[in-house]
Design a protein around this ligand. Structure first.
Ligand code: GDP
Ligand code: MG
Length: 383
């Protein structure tokens, strides 16, 4: 952008690309300015130019932030050249904080050349770090699972094989990412909670999210035969993913409560819906009409009076979904009972076991969090 604007404003200038090993200019004088104070930088620049011989000059300045500022600088600079020839004007990107700047393709000296003239495109990449001190939640969700579950003859409304497979894939993610303190799943979704001090991939959201979702999807496929035996996978399933940040423990708990409430609402509705279709012979449209506008209490009553089902006696897997926590977190309650809080202090965080324990607990109420206080304990996860 800068080069083309310079050429347009000053057609007599010879501009050549310089991010190249094949620089066509023999030993150009290089002026490199990094000051953020543009005015001072330009003054220095022009004074220096005045004393140069006729050797071509390569100008590089971080002050060239826009086409207009670059063309102003060029007209001043050419006036001061006195026979010298301005060969190129190069915008230098500000140095980014990075442990390995040379690998990131940012060059503030001409002596450090890029690997190829194409490497500048790396600068178009942007980082997307998650805000510090926030819980990082990655939620994955099956793509068009209404169709996937139909094609693969899932039981309605809940298929134990399918839910088991989802849990197995989530356990693989937990085994691979020790930073996950809890995962919660229901239907075709799973949420993974990364602790707030997590440093994984420098907290880059895309990197965390894509690794989680791709590992989940490949595990789902890998373990398919274990859950569906001879029934073959008809096509590769896909999952979307998102990263959501929660700044407080209460926000995180409310998020998890929201997902579990969603599980309950859907399961109650779906249980009624499919009972009416499968056992009362209603069409899906009739069943939908029958349930329109009903409250939870109406649906509970319908199940009890028409099908002799006490909703609260249905499997917790269906009503509450699946909670995965670390083995030591699961042991926390018994440790509390033996008054051994210190045994689980930050100094012993290395003792955290890999793997995960499967629960179908209520996570909306306080009880779960009181029984497992260590899940939200930031001291365990460093700072
Ligand atoms: N039959 C059956 N279907 C399920 C089960 N779990 C999830 N599903 C289906 O997956 C869908 C998941 O919802 P959602 O993500 O909103 O829909 P999607 O866009 O089609 O993936 C549900 O509406 C069901 O159709 C199950 O255990 N049994
Ligand atoms: Mg889905």
């Amino acid at each position: 952008m800068v080069l083309s604007s310079v050429t347009r404003c000053c057609p007599t200038l010879q501009c050549v690309p310089v991010i190249s090993r094949n620089l066509a200019v023999p030993r150009p004088n290089v002026l490199l300015f990094k000051s953020a104070r543009r005015r001072e930088t330009t003054q220095l620049n022009i004074r220096s130019l005045g004393s140069l011989s006729s050797t071509p000059v390569l100008l590089a300045s971080s002050s060239l932030s826009s086409p207009s500022s670059s063309s102003k600088l060029v007209s001043k600079a050419t006036g001061s050249l006195r026979g010298g020839k301005l060969v190129c004007l190069l915008r230098v990107s500000p140095r980014r904080p990075s442990p390995t700047p040379s690998r990131r393709g940012i060059h503030t000296q001409v002596g450090v050349m890029a690997k190829s003239k194409f490497e500048y495109v790396k600068q178009f990449e942007t980082d997307d770090p998650c805000l510090q001190n926030c819980w990082i939640v990655v939620r994955i969700d099956g793509k068009a699972f209404h169709k996937f579950t139909d094609v693969h003859h899932y039981m309605k409304p809940n298929d134990e094989r399918g839910l088991g497979l989802m849990t197995r894939a989530a356990q693989t993610v937990m085994a691979d990412f020790s930073e996950v303190v809890l995962a919660y799943g229901q239907s075709d979704e799973f949420s993974f909670v990364f602790h707030k001090n997590c440093k994984l991939y420098n907290r880059r959201a895309s990197k965390i999210m894509t690794n989680v979702v791709s590992l989940f999807a490949s595990s789902f496929t890998l373990y398919w035969p274990r859950y569906f035996n001879t029934q073959e996978l008809q096509y590769p399933p896909a999952f979307d993913a998102r990263v959501v940040l929660y700044p407080s423990d209460d926000n995180l708990r409310d998020y998890l409560s929201w997902r579990q409430a969603d599980c309950h609402i859907n399961n109650l509705y779906n249980t009624c819906f499919w009972k009416l279709v499968q056992e009362k012979g209603l069409t899906p449209a009739q069943s939908q009409e029958r349930l329109k506008g009903t409250l939870s209490s109406d649906k509970n009553e319908l199940l009890y009076s028409q099908f002799n089902i006490n909703y609260n006696n249905l499997p917790e897997l269906y009503r509450k979904g699946t909670v995965l926590i670390r083995p030591r977190d699961a042991e926390a309650q018994s440790e509390r009972e033996t008054n051994n809080y210190r045994g689980y202090s930050a100094s012993k965080k290395s003792e955290r076991k890999p793997g995960s324990v499967v629960l179908h607990s209520d996570i909306i109420g306080k009880k779960f969090w009181e029984e497992h206080p260590y899940i939200l304990n930031p001291k365990l996860y460093g700072s």
